[in-house]
Design a protein around this ligand. Structure first.
Ligand SMILES: C[S@@+](CC[C@H](N)C(=O)[O-])C[C@H]1O[C@@H](n2cnc3c(N)ncnc32)[C@H](O)[C@@H]1O
Length: 267
């Protein structure tokens, strides 16, 4: 399958993703699933599953899980990690599943990457039965995601042409995802935040994550020449307080959930 637009920066291996963002998303999954109200027995779709952080939590909670992602390497990683889970190649905007197939559809750290968020929200609603749950979370765009915020601050300090990570910032402000869900016709839409913390032994444990080419930060980092990468590493080190040993960074996720109306009127 040809990589599609939103997945273009997610062609890294599952292990590379795990060392970089997985250390956050594996922690985020449990409180997000709990807040979404998913309880066994239920059939749940993990939209934009990556290597399977959310799928892992859902299967542990006894849900019957299906998953999809447009990144071929992540589809392979998730399939190998969870042989009992149906993992399909597919985008949120065009989910490869039937109407009302699930009790819930969840997307963790995905909505800011999709090219057509209203279509994604409509698709998540379509595949969930009336009364079921649609929920999503993305990193806070107000300074709540220390790893990515410090990285882009360092990049901007060195390179006036550094791309502003506008895609990552979508839906990261209060009310934005709720607005998307309300516009998609979901009922009882509410939002919350969840904070997770990642511990690092030292900068040498953190830095290789950027060199693995995962996501927009990895794509930017690997586009730099060696001296540019070295300067960026030094600048990042300054901005996280020049740790001489173990340190941790926190990340705030904004979460939204809604319910598919029991009486569905479709245009
Ligand atoms: C930050 S990762 C999150 C992965 C996983 N949900 C997690 O929590 O670790 C973003 C994921 O969104 C996927 N993605 C990008 N564009 C997408 C789209 N249009 N539809 C569905 N998933 C998409 C990427 O391939 C990647 O797996």
């Amino acid at each position: 399958m040809e990589p599609v637009e939103g997945a273009a920066t997610f062609q890294a291996s599952g292990d590379a993703y795990g060392n970089f963002m997985g250390r956050y998303s594996e922690q985020l999954a449990a409180p997000f699933v709990h807040w979404a109200g998913v309880a066994a027995p239920s059939r749940v779709l993990d939209v934009g599953c990556g290597p399977g952080a959310l799928t892992a939590t859902l299967t542990r909670r006894g849900a019957e899980v299906a998953a999809c992602d447009p990144s071929p390497s992540f589809v392979t990683a998730c399939t190998e990690r969870f042989p009992g889970v149906t993992v399909r190649a597919g985008r949120a905007e065009d989910l490869p599943f039937d109407d009302a197939e699930f009790d819930a559809a969840l997307a963790q750290l995905v909505l800011h990457f999709v090219s057509d968020p209203p279509a994604a929200a409509a698709e998540m609603r379509r595949v969930v039965r009336p009364g079921g749950v649609v929920a999503a979370c993305v990193w806070d765009s107000g300074g709540g995601m220390e790893l990515l915020d410090r990285f882009w601050e360092a990049a901007a300090a060195l390179d006036p042409d550094a791309p502003i990570d506008a895609q990552r910032l979508r839906f990261g402000a209060s009310g934005e995802m709720a607005g998307l869900f309300i516009d998609a016709g979901l009922a009882d839409v509410v939002e919350t935040t969840v904070t997770v913390t990642a511990a690092y032994r030292d900068l040498d444990e953190l830095w290789p994550g950027f060199l693995a080419g995962v996501g927009p930060t990895g794509a930017y980092c690997t586009s730099l020449p060696a001296d540019g990468r070295a300067a960026l590493r030094d600048e990042l080190n300054e901005r996280i307080g020049r740790p001489s040993g173990p340190f941790s960074l926190s990340a705030v996720a904004r979460c939204a959930r809604g319910r598919v109306p029991s009486t569905t009127v479709r245009e």
